[in-house]
Design a protein around this ligand. Sequence first.
Ligand code: KIV
Length: 281
Amino acid sequence: MTVPLIQKMKRGGEKIVMVTCYDYSFARLIDEAGVDIVLVGDSLGMVIQGQKSTLPVTLEEMIYHSRCVARGLTRPLLVTDMPFMSYQSSQGEAIKNAGRLLKEGKAESIKLEGGVEVADLIHRMNRIGIPVMGHIGLQPQSFHKYGGYKIQGKTPQEERHLLEDALAVQEAGCWSVVLEGVPVDVAQKITGRLKIPTVGIGCGPSCDGQVLVLYDLLGMNPDFNPRFLKRYANLAEVVTESVSLFRQEVKDQRFPTEEHGVRRNVIDATLKIRQRNASGT
Ligand code: KIV
């Protein structure tokens, strides 16, 4: 998958599928599932690290997780989030940090939050060949400013600002933009106005694509029930039941059995074959 191919999907009316991922093993499975974009989201602050928000996530952590995910992918485009304060202090710092996500994290695009206020930065990144995915509407990195995770674009004034943000990031060179927590009709209007694809979360069906946090769609957290979420599995139950069963079998001495042990003569035979292969005889 490439940026131009994903943009072509909007023109052809084909929906874009994006999912978050944070490690190699899940990356391999997601690759098999045939999604278009994999996002190493700073949501890892919550779902991997158990933090209350995305704010504590560092650039080093994003690079580390991005590199792990990259090793498991063959087809989807890899987009990695710029974490809080890795792009807000100066353009030079932001470009250096985005470069590290591409060079060390193996990302193929970065994603950053903001509208009009980050347009100059996006423009500079775009000119030097760093693909940027925008993120407007509910911006989790600004949750202190808004006093929580609040739907954006509800009043006519907020709607106007949102459209300005969308047009500003497109004009600045974003190849695509995430719309988060925006009323369905507003998301529909923005999607209709933009040439670049919109990828929605909590914005209804009219965006050009949809994104969900992997752990949410797999049902890893029974206590997280926002209206926009659809669970496609109940992994919380599968994991708890499997580990309980393992625990019980060990306690009852039903695991391991004979078949799970390796006999000495099998080890000897394996070693002999390895030695023969190594010496080429
Ligand atoms: O960090 C993240 O997972 C995201 C998605 C929810 C779009 O930004």
